[in-house]
Design a protein around this ligand. Sequence first.
Ligand code: PGA
Length: 251
Amino acid sequence: MRKPLIAANWKMYKTTRETEEYIKKFLNLVKDIKDRDIVLCVPFTSLYIAEKLLNGSNVKLGAQNMYVEEKGAYTGEISPSMLKDVGCSYVILGHSERRKYFYEKDEFVNKKMLVALKFGLTPIVCIGETLQEREDGKTFDVLEYQVKNSLKNLSKEDADKIVIAYEPVWAIGTGKNATPQQAQQAQNFIREKYAELYGKDVSSKVRILYGGSIKPENFKEIMAQQDVDGGLVGGASLDVESFYKIVIYDK
Ligand code: PGA
């Protein structure tokens, strides 16, 4: 059985004060939940305060990006060891906004994933097709390419540790989520392609999240799909109550 994982992606939202207020309320709501993993991926500037509050709790801390070097003259970048130092367990990599605005390609995302694992961080690697690609009937070609290029070269031991997030780009921040069937079809395909890289045994253990306009109203049905093991939640994670409802989708 794959343990559900629900991760918040706050993107470029919330000051340190707002982070503190959110986390205090949130911990109070979720403190007794043990049957699923909960992760908050906050902006870099909120990591330190978030760690102070989350330390010892059932909620894990994540970052939204990182660079591939441990240290060096890379102005403006944040290293995997810095993320570890500040208490991160997870890091989102290859989010479509990074691919779109910062020109990140699969090869670079792949390098980041391998480095994250080396530093003991669990990468949440995002893949997904654009609207144009879906309309052109290229969804599965794109997903296959992304799986084979951003998720390659893992050791057998690491291959079931990573988390994959299927995030159709057309569903991100648009209010238009994939139907549960679309999510299942894509995620089952991703799992099959992953099995071609690392075998069925590994592939059946790896968690694949869905992301894109998740809301308290639609998440239960999406989670009912066999190959959906959790969610990566953007907009709806910014409000404590709304994210809490998503976390307890089946209660
Ligand atoms: P959204 O974003 O939930 O606001 O659509 C999801 C994401 O980008 O991870």
